[in-house]
Design a binder for this molecule. Structure first.
Ligand code: AMP
Length: 327
């Protein structure tokens, strides 16, 4: 029977040193064979309370399958249960490998990839130290090539999550900047600054994590601290916040080389209206909101939001707990 090393004995996960080129090669090969769907997106820069925010339009995502909760559960296919050779970038972690790196079939930017647990674990359960260590090892592997990764995690009904098998998503930051004219950077990187947090319409909790990778125990302590703050923001002063098993709230987590951030979520998004007040769609946000990005799937939404960017601000005001510190 496979044994799981105890937390104290868990070694730092090692990844292939050439991870960025491994991801790039796997991505190009799978786009060429149409195993991965990637169509260039249109992008524009909006300013939300003086924060540069990017809006991306990807018509191809309109054909993305609906999550299992709205389809027949019997037909549900788990893409992370046993990834095909074409989708698998590399297994990794202690032996037997605890995690897989796989391509995202519906890439929003080139080389969008996923860190999933090898064995099924619920997406709605709290992350474990080895999940966080694995994510930080990916960030580190990119940093060694002077490249940045943005990691995000969606958990719970209001978080924008769609797959029940535990996974975090990873986006190369230089690819997130593709096509952008103007200054933009990953929002999460600045969230340890209370002035930046104060500009957001929703509450977000953030801490500096630079150099905390290792076996993930330190990262988990920070994660639980932020999770506690998020729970208290939603549930009030909560004495009974559990640190194992099912999470008590919906939330998104973001990680960069220097920052971990958690935003408690109350709704997935809000309606989008054209200039005549007609409803033209719905802006749904997941953890990429902590990068300072939003993605739309229809041309009508894209046009309406560019004409009236304040609608993005209004939706941001609804997705979480209203920010008491907002300036
Ligand atoms: P989430 O919506 O946070 O649960 O993330 C699930 C991710 O899995 C989405 O970004 C999807 O694009 C991606 N995805 C869906 N189906 C597949 C698949 N067959 N192979 C790889 N990734 C997939």
């Amino acid at each position: 029977m496979a044994t799981t090393p105890s937390n104290k004995m868990r070694p730092t996960p090692h990844l292939p040193p050439n991870l960025p080129s491994l991801v790039a090669t796997a991505f190009s090969r799978s786009v060429a064979t149409k195993t991965v769907n990637f169509y260039p997106t249109s992008v524009t820069l909006l300013t939300i309370n003086s924060i540069p925010f990017q809006l991306r339009y990807s018509p191809s995502l309109a054909s993305k399958p609906k999550p299992p909760s709205v389809t027949t559960p019997k037909l549900f296919f788990n893409p992370f249960a046993s990834p095909t050779q074409e989708m698998l970038i590399t297994p990794f972690g202690t032996s037997p490998p605890s995690h897989n790196l796989v391509l995202n079939k519906f890439a929003v930017v080139p080389e969008h990839f996923i860190l999933s647990t090898s064995a099924f674990k619920p997406q709605t359960h709290l992350l474990e130290a080895d999940d966080l260590a694995a994510a930080y090892a990916c960030i580190d592997a990119y940093a060694r090539h002077n490249k940045e990764l943005f990691v995000f995690f969606n958990s719970g009904d209001h978080s924008g999550a769609s797959q029940p098998h535990r996974h975090l998503q990873l986006l190369p930051v230089e690819n997130m900047k593709e096509g952008l004219e103007g200054e933009w950077d990953v929002l999460a990187k600045g969230l340890t600054d209370p002035n930046t947090r104060g500009k957001l319409p929703f509450e977000v909790f953030a801490r500096d994590i630079e150099g905390l990778g290792g076996d993930g125990e330190e990262l988990r302590r920070v994660y639980l601290e932020l999770y506690n703050q998020a729970c208290e923001a939603v549930l009030g002063v909560a004495e009974d916040i559990k640190h194992e098993g099912e999470a008590q709230i919906s939330y998104n987590l973001a990680m960069t080389n220097n920052t971990m951030a958690v935003v408690p979520r109350l709704t997935e998004g809000g309606v989008v209206r054209d200039k005549d007040g007609q409803e033209v769609g719905n802006l749904a946000l997941n953890g990429t909101v902590l990068a300072g990005t939003a993605l739309v799937r229809s041309e009508m939404e894209w046009n309406a939001l560019r004409e009236d960017p304040d609608q993005v601000n209004q939706v941001l005001g609804r997705i979480g707990v209203p920010n008491r510190a907002k300036m």
